[in-house]
Design a protein around this ligand. Sequence first.
Ligand code: NAD
Ligand code: UDX
Length: 480
Amino acid sequence: MVKICCIGAGYVGGPTMAVIALKCPSIEVVVVDISVSRITAWNSDQLPIYEPGLDEVVKSCRGNNLFFSSDVEKHVAEADIVFVSVNTPTKTRGLGAGKAADLTYWESAARMIADVSKSDKIVVEKSTVPVKTAEAIEKILTHNSKGVKYQILSNPEFLAEGTAIQDLFAPDRVLIGGRETPDGRRAIKALKDVYAHWVPEERILCTNLWSAELSKLAANAFLAQRISSVNAMSALCEATGADVAEVSHAVGKDTRIGHKFLNASVGFGGSCFQKDILNLVYICECNGLPEVANYWKQVIKVNDYQKSRFVNRIITSMFNTVSGKKIAIFGFAFKKDTGDTRETPAIDVCKGLLGDQARLSIYDPQVTEDQIQRDLSMNKFDWDHPLHLQPMSPSSVKQVSVEWDAYAAAKGAHGLCILTEWDEFKKLDYEKIYENMMKPAFVFDGRNVVKAEKLREIGFIVYSIGKPLDPWLKDMPTVA
Ligand code: NAD
Ligand code: UDX
């Protein structure tokens, strides 16, 4: 029986390994993590992450060929294939702070593998890492090898949160990069055989190591670029009377462009896009390519602009101040169907409103009060000026309350902002919400989920991203 061990039981390690276990009953899969609480949660009925379809997959193989353990060293030592799926955040201090990937967790995982291994292993980079990381890992492993042989493969993960299980069941492609040597090719074949249990062969792409590592950064940069492109257009639509939904529909009909990932929004969030583009920017700078670095940087700048533009729109619409006004926030997660708040645009929008002394009342179906308070009390990390952390005043956090119901959040509010596209926000009784709000009652739809015309009929003043402006908003000063 082939034994797989995955280091890192997070948003990627957990779902990916659960699906491998489900699709490969002949393989034993153990997911390990240094966080004991995370492992305890994976072994309980309350999994540590919310992901549609995940519970069923875990329940059907946990205890059979899928195990979660905090005995990291034992399971790494026993495995034939070791996936490394630890977090690789942006460095916040030292050389490359604000852009470079922090490989501390990766390096400590690699050193631990070298320490405990007594048999040959295939080590698979599942985490998103800078191009050429495999070379560094190879050095750490071989210099500490005690006769054990390693093959390093790059097998980046392309799943998106909220659709992880369907993405893993039917991936557009699986990418495996390895050394172009007989041992390297054998290792690629061994990993390919795992995926071949359910992924059609033509969707398993085998490349050299550097192409695989770079393709992951490139894919995220291209995806994020589409959102920044359509968001840049949304600002122009508002200025001219064009409708961004009509523009993106027309543009996306061109088969060379395609219709997906062209939804204008308050900005992209999540743990990957900003981090991976910054990583790419840093690699370009280190390779003496400042023009290329600046090109990709602009994708993040437009994203920051979109968030501050949204905040400015709210403030100017509401008579140029939100001081002391209650604003309901519908949705805090970075997208629907996840409880993940990493880099969610809601953090910047809420902080912007708190900066103008608003009172916030927040509701998200999957994000806990603790998490929201933690996110809002953390210093904002300014990627462009990493040495100037903007401190958060503890008093403004007192201006935040968290509700477990959209109606309660909106009660007595002057305005409401939709920051996550949860399906339930489309189906709310907006007449009831309107009745219980202060007048004039404003809706700022950061995800274009509500029908603006219907809400205007009720009496709301509605702002939707990139849509012709509400007559009320037209008379307000233009936002920068
Ligand atoms: P995560 O923070 O949810 O999980 C990482 C886990 O690794 C944590 O539970 C942490 O405790 C554990 N860990 C760290 N160091 C360890 C060590 N030395 N030994 C054992 N466990 C250790 O992160 P994630 O979202 O799963 O992302 C993991 C990687 O996958 C990142 O490189 C990310 O860029 C990449 N990725 C993420 C997504 C996504 O949608 N989240 C998608 C594709 C790729
Ligand atoms: C992303 C990539 O899609 C995935 O392939 C990679 O493996 C990890 O990073 P994820 O961050 O989980 O996945 O979610 P994604 O669906 O890409 O959304 C990212 C952000 O972009 C969200 O805040 C989302 O709301 C926003 N978005 C997405 C838009 O604003 N408009 C769109 O059209 C699409």
